[in-house]
Design a protein around this ligand. Sequence first.
Ligand code: GDP
Length: 516
Amino acid sequence: GLFTLEDDPSTMSQRPPVVTIMGHVDHGKTSLLDAIRKSKVVTGEAGGITQHIGAYQVDQDGQKITFIDTPGHAAFSQMRARGAKATDIVILVVAADDGVMPQTKEAIAHAKAAEAPIIIAINKIDKPGADPNRVRTELLSQDLVTESMGGDIIDVEVSAKTGDNLDKLLEMILLQAEVMELQANPERTAEGVVIEAQLDRGRGPVATVLVQKGTLRPGDILVAGAEWGRVRAMLDENGQPVKEAGPAKPVEVLGFQSTPEAGDLVAVVENEARAREITDYRQRQIREKASVVATGTRGSLEQMMNRLQETGRKEFPLVLKADVQGSAEAIAHALNDLGNEEVGARILLSGVGGITESDITLASASKAPIIGFNVRANKQAREAAARDGIEIRYYNVIYDLVDDVKAAMSGLLSPERRETFLGNAEVREVFNISKVGKVAGCLVTEGVVERGANVRLIRDDVVIHEGELGTLKRFKDEVKSVESGQECGMNFVKYQDMRPGDVIECFRVEQIARTL
Ligand code: GDP
């Protein structure tokens, strides 16, 4: 397959930890990243690093640590939502003169959801009002018990301004990494994740890739999400060319055909044809998903959706009912603020009054949950919701509501689908029949193939097409189903590029309502 889950233990060797710094605004995340970088990055003779890169590596007593500079908590969870586990350890920065604040709590929630161990950096200890013990006490209420409070969470008092204890912080990271026994196989073909990417005027698409397994080299052909490219050059955090990037090494990669997205998983493939096959399929998937969502909406909403879908933004639809206009507006405002270019809440309806059956009908079209703020659903609405599998949530505190939607947005980016496997068939021969087009002569190797089923075309273990079965024939007759061991002829809706050896997986799909 494209992504291998396990490597043979004998091929594994130790790799550097990958660290993300999170915390409340103004508590010193950027200052800390900069201070560590200035004190540690082995610069060339010039020394002045001005260019921004989404990740860098430092050297602490001969051991490396990789820092990722994610521009916010949402980006962090967005990466996770795409299946990327980029971070091993989270450094939670808390300013000693300010203590635990709302975004501190948010960062803790993100770190815990990612199951990443937390190290506390109590920052700004140089300031006159600094009170590190107050920070430790406040962290208790977040279930983070530091060592001096009898727990096992490591904390370090630092100052990004004076540079105090930065070494100690790095040592603690290495200590934590040692416990985690972080390993990777440097010999295999490279895999990793896009940390950030942009279109550079002079250089074309530029992506900061964190290599997680294997070794990436110039000339490699890679796939990232729905984009591909051939590595033309790799640059380190100082803009210096690199010939090899092994596990936990971040590099700027030049040579993508188009700009991938942060959080896209990266894999090296054997050749350009393979890269095209994979990304063509993914591009089609993106286009088709967009149109499916758009047809479920109406009127001006539909126009809005189309516009948003063009930008590739992921939407979390919901229906909002509140007691008074004022609270509906306040909530809508707060929910809109949660969004960014990549993901956001989409309020299908914001209204005043109790939840009715017509609200449920609206919600079911988009599999959206309904939020009631100081209002309740009537009996018909409750019954309809139960029948359609629509979740209704009641709130009386706006903050709680917004928190839940935020959590749902970061974790649930697409409606859940339940798939039922029907069977597999193997393409034996492909016939070109006039007026009909290409027909695959197949042998059903497992289960059963049914008329109207969803199909997936699998070539060399990778899905290259997903769509619908067109006709299903045995000899000259159209049939409802074909069992394992029997031969049949199949064609596919809007797809012709099958080849002998391809595996056709047949399945049925059911959409399930999102839950908050
Ligand atoms: P961020 O929003 O978390 O990235 O915070 P910044 O790194 O931008 O820092 C916010 C402000 O706090 C800036 O004015 C920094 O100069 C200041 N600051 C950051 N770290 C320290 C520190 O250790 N001591 C003092 N005195 N000020 C700091």
